[in-house]
Structure formats: C-alpha cells, structure tokens
Design a protein around this ligand. Sequence first.
Ligand code: 13P
Length: 250
Amino acid sequence: MRNYLIAGNWKMNKTPSEAAALAKEIVPMVKDADYRVMVAPSFVCIPAVIDAVKGSNIIVAAQNMANTEAGAFTGETSVLMLKDLGVEMVILGHSERRHIYGETNEIINEKVKLALANGITPVLCIGELLEEREAGKAEAVCYEQLEKGLAGVSEADLDNVVIAYEPVWAIGTGKTATPDDADAIHAACRKKIAELYSDAAAEKIVIQYGGSMNPGNVKNLMAMENIDGGLIGGASLKADSFGELANFNK
Ligand code: 13P
C-alpha cells in the first residue's frame, strides 16, 4: 500500500502566533492518524509551527521556494534556509504560483531538482484550468506538467517525490471533482509515470487530490484506487475539520 499523505496548505492565512496556536490544536487530534500528516504554513510562520509540533508526527512543509540556492534575489526564500529550519517537504508548482505569479514548468522543474538535491521532498502540483477541461485537454495538460516538472529527475529520486493533482476549477470553489473523474486523471498520471520511468515507479508514487476536499467528501475520494491523499486548503484552517480529514478512515 502507498504511503498516504494528508496535507494542509494554509496558503496566505494565519499570523505566526495564530499558526502556532492552530498547530498546537492539531497535534493531539492527529497523533493517532494512520497516515502521514503534513502542514504548510507561510514562510514567516514556519519557525513557530516547527516549534509547536516538535515531538509530534506532523511534517512541516513550505509552500514554495526559490529556484536558486542563494544570491541577489530580493524577496525570495532559499532551499538552504528551509533545510536549516528543519522543513521536510515543499509544495511546488501550485496553480496559484503558476497562474498568479507566472511560474513556468521550467522554473518549477528547477525547484523540484533543487529540493531533491537538498533532501527536501517536493510535492509537485499539476492540474488543468476549467477551459482546458472543457476543451478535453485535462490529461494532456497534466502530462505536460508531469513530464516537464520531472525532467532530469532519476527513478531513485522519484521515490522522494509526491504528486498533487489539483484541478484549478475545484480549488476554493466548493466544486470537487467527482471521485471517478479525479481517479481517472490519477490513473492517467500513473500511466504517464510508467512511460517515463517504470511500472514499479508508477505503482509506488503517491498522488494526492486537491480541490475543495473536506470532511464530507474525503472518504469517497480516498476510497478510489489511485488517490493517495489530499492537499487541502480551506478545510485545513480549522483544527476540527483537519483532524477529521487526517482520521478519515476511522
Ligand atoms: P481548497 O481545499 O481550499 O479548495 O484548496 C485546495 C488547494 O489549493 C490546496 O493546495
């Protein structure tokens, strides 16, 4: 069985003290979770959250990072800084980074390789826009984002990569992909990984679903063969609902 990952992407919400308080509330709620649990606060909240979850089973992630290690890049945050803080995972290529800040597949690929080189697990986000879905291009968009996002990543390194399929039209809209629709794209992505790497790599890789996942729909989504976790925005901002999500199988 794949190593499921239930993750909260807090986006640009919570001040450091609010983030630490939320993290402390979450700790006891997820301590008996059967699967991996991750939270991704904003950069300035990371130290407070790491401190708040010390000794727990919660993995702390960043929501982004620069595509170079150091230098004159005003406003950017380096993988070395994240590593030094004890960050274990990093969300890369989120649709908000792609579509609001213009991140390309090439930039995202540089970040993926930099994270891997520094022992941080990238969560590579992929997903189509509504117009791309309506034009029948959902799979093609995901294939391209996968292939370009993973360019130059070895099969050994792929073990440390998580994929998150987040259809852009389902993010923050309350519109969830149906479990069948989501599973169909997850299965297609797995097939693409088999083509790019091997059947064994495709079988192993963790593919999370993201887009209006909540305590009411998590069970049906997680029951699908190819869905191995959730990348959750809105419903991860309250300890109760995140606790329910992390314990979806109980
Ligand atoms: P919502 O759960 O708010 O739709 O956000 C999903 C997401 O973008 C997680 O990265």
